[in-house]
Write a protein that binds this ligand. Structure first.
Ligand code: NAP
Length: 302
């Protein structure tokens, strides 16, 4: 174990920090830009709590350097890495295999070493599910409405299908993107569950949905005073509905604050963020990780 214990003046040990030495194993996150990432914070907090000789680093990699960089990460014996924008699709041809979950989502956010090369998966699906799984709901009767049709919406669709939802409705602003979104699942069991709609159909959909998910960036800091759905539309939701915003900054978003005023149960994006990270770290370390330490590290940041 290679940790440094920092003591504050009143003598209470409060902070442990990994000492990097010749045996430190490397993990990281690739993206461009990468300066905003919160992943090193939560991963290194968990690594420190476990007392392991690992370090998780931000790795800025421009799109044109991706293939060279991945070969280089193999050469320096990096153990695994997270993948963020804009590499989640482009990484796929550079991997030796991907999981069924990553294939369904169409994107990879977690990569690890195997004997035959890099393997990738998508932990956003299980991260998305984490705050829902403990709820006492008959999911087969819940027909979720997902606002937005980007990457997070794709993870949401796969997750809702995994929950057993009978129908999944995706609402987007651009029909030219919505049709290919649906078609991308043409040869899978998800295809028949999924319906895509323009925003003009939202009012009708809200009356019958028990789960309304915001997967657009509307309301994300610094545009914290925006909401994808205004109060009068939220009034249409059944009282037992859940409003789930994938945004984690601000906490809560305006969308969730409005829903709360109507007595609607709310969930924000923090649990998805923490859990997708924890699942990835478990894959790399091959052992359970302290999810509460990761959550705490993020909460301190907010
Ligand atoms: P993305 O791929 O860029 O997709 C965003 C979607 O929102 C697109 O369909 C886009 O429509 C739509 N959209 C954007 N602005 C809109 C507007 N003003 N009106 C209507 N629709 C709008 O982004 P993403 O990766 O899916 O992320 C979406 C959100 O989820 C972000 O806020 C992100 O922080 C959050 N997220 C959270 C987690 C977590 O762990 N909690 C994980 C992933 C993402 P067009 O396609 O027409 O542009």
């Amino acid at each position: 174990m290679a940790t440094l214990e920092i003591k504050l003046w009143w003598g209470k040990p409060t902070f442990f920090m990994t000492i990097i030495n010749g045996k430190t194993k490397l993990l990281g996150v690739i993206g461009d830009p990468i300066g905003h990432t919160l992943s090193p914070l939560m991963h290194n907090a968990a690594i420190d709590a476990l007392g392991l000789n690992y370090v998780y680093l931000p790795l800025p990699i421009a799109p044109e350097n991706l293939a060279t960089a991945i070969a280089g990460l193999s050469a320096i014996d990096l153990q695994g890495f997270s993948v963020t924008i804009p590499h989640k699709l482009a990484i796929i041809p550079l991997l030796s295999q991907i999981t069924e979950k990553a294939r369904l989502v169409g994107a990879v956010n977690t990569v690890w070493r195997t004997e035959t090369g890099w393997q990738g998966t998508n932990t956003d699906v299980d991260g998305f599910l984490a705050p829902l799984k403990s709820l006492d709901k008959d999911w087969s009767r819940v027909n979720p409405v997902i606002l937005g049709n980007g990457g997070a919406a794709r993870a949401g669709v796969v997750a809702c299908a995994q929950l057993g939802c009978g129908e999944i409705h995706v609402v987007g602003r651009n029909q030219k993107k919505l049709d290919p979104f649906k078609e991308s699942w043409a040869n899978t069991s998800l295809y028949d569950l999924l319906e895509v709609h323009g925003w003009d159909e939202l009012e009708r959909l809200l009356c019958t949905t028990e789960l309304l998910i915001n997967s657009t960036p509307i309301g994300m800091s610094p545009q914290g005073e925006q909401s994808p759905v205004e109060l009068e539309l939220l009034d249409l939701l059944p009282p037992s509905a859940i409003a789930y915003d994938l945004i984690y900054n601000p906490r809560p978003t305006k969308f969730l604050r409005l829903a709360q005023t109507r007595g609607i149960r709310i969930i924000d994006g923090l649990e998805m963020l923490v859990n997708q990270g924890a699942i990835a770290l478990e894959i790399w370390l091959g052992q359970p990780v302290p999810v509460s330490v990761m959550r705490e590290a993020l909460l301190k940041q907010f």
